[in-house]
Ligand binder design. Structure first.
Ligand SMILES: [Zn+2]
Length: 321
């Protein structure tokens, strides 16, 4: 009986596994542009982690239709995504793609660049260096996480562009705002005529922020600066589009909570195992998408350093008279 059950389970696993593979092999991302202002569109991704079902589409990308060309902001997680994005843009306008900005080095934001062959794909210098160093590793990791939708995806290293705080492209005036808290080099873009701010991953909304390459203190300062930007619509890197300060405030309060609760725990000498399970009572962040996964990832890479600081800080205190 037990053997029969084991056989049945194995059969189910094999069947579902195979079904999943075939299914993801024929699927497309079904990208539908969402208009957020006149001539400004966003492709909103899911609020999940990378998986075979979403094919890595967990990110927000977008485009602005200018007077004589189109400006693209980020290219998504794979060749297929980039190609679908380009086809979706072509259904809205036949104007050429004149510039593709990559906001930062994370794979879901730049691995679709093959879809924009023959268009200038550009990024800040630190982002270009980061993609040169880590791009292939990210691409391999994405294949493992996402599977067949990554087929044929190759790393396209963007070109460094001549940075100016304000630029005129395709008849649109854009403010290019440089931050560094999320990944070391993070570009935000304000389209002045529509008031749409593409905040990229400096802002998350209703989705727990990721911190693997973050400088949390700097990120909180970046958000303070972002509060003063006169936008009408804000497109976060992940999560729904908003027309007010909510997303900025939510990202800042999560980061403040993360920093303070982890620092306090380190000062109290609590172990990482204890910290991995935070107190749920009164914690407003539990409702954010993928809270547990992101929180525990953040603890894993932030907590050892905080423990070290607490120990050396304690050592200094003890040596005081
Ligand atoms: Zn991202």
């Amino acid at each position: 009986m037990t053997q029969q059950r084991a056989y049945l389970s194995l059969l189910l696993v094999i069947l579902f596994g195979l079904c999943g593979q075939v299914h993801s092999g024929v699927r497309s991302y079904q990208l539908i542009p969402q208009q957020v202002a006149p001539d400004v569109y966003v492709f909103e991704g899911s609020r999940e982690h990378f998986n075979f079902e979403n094919g890595g589409n967990i990110v927000n990308t977008g485009f602005i239709v200018g007077v004589d060309g189109v400006i693209v902001i980020d290219t998504g997680p794979s060749k297929l995504y980039g190609e679908e994005m380009r086809r979706a843009i072509a259904k809205i306008t036949d104007k050429p793609i004149v510039k593709v900005f990559i906001t930062h080095l994370h794979p879901d934001h730049f691995l679709g660049s093959q879809g924009f062959a023959n268009a200038p794909v550009v990024a800040l210098p630190e982002t270009v260096v980061g993609i040169k160093q880590l791009g292939e590793m990210f691409n391999d990791a994405m294949y493992r996480l996402v599977g067949s939708l990554m087929k044929g995806t190759e790393v396209i290293v963007p070109e460094v562009f001549d940075y100016q705080p304000t630029v005129d492209i395709a008849g649109r005036k854009l403010d290019l705002i440089k931050f560094s808290g999320h990944s070391g080099s993070d570009l935000a873009i304000l389209d002045r005529s529509s008031g749409v701010l593409f905040a990229a991953d400096t802002v998350f909304f209703e989705r727990t922020p990721t911190t693997p390459q973050a400088n949390v203190d700097q990120w909180i300062r970046d958000l303070k600066q972002l509060e003063a930007v006169p936008f009408k619509v804000l497109v976060p890197g992940h999560g729904p589009v908003v027309d007010d300060q909510r997303a900025i405030k939510q990202t800042a309060s999560y980061l403040n909570w993360l920093r303070e609760s982890l620092s306090r725990a380190a000062e109290q000498g609590r172990s990482m195992a204890e910290v991995l399970v935070p107190d749920e009572s009164g914690n407003p962040f539990f409702s954010l998408a993928v809270f547990w996964e992101e929180y525990q990832r953040s603890v894993a890479h932030l907590y050892p350093k905080l423990e070290q600081q607490a120990i050396s800080h304690g050592g200094v205190e003890q040596s005081q008279p």
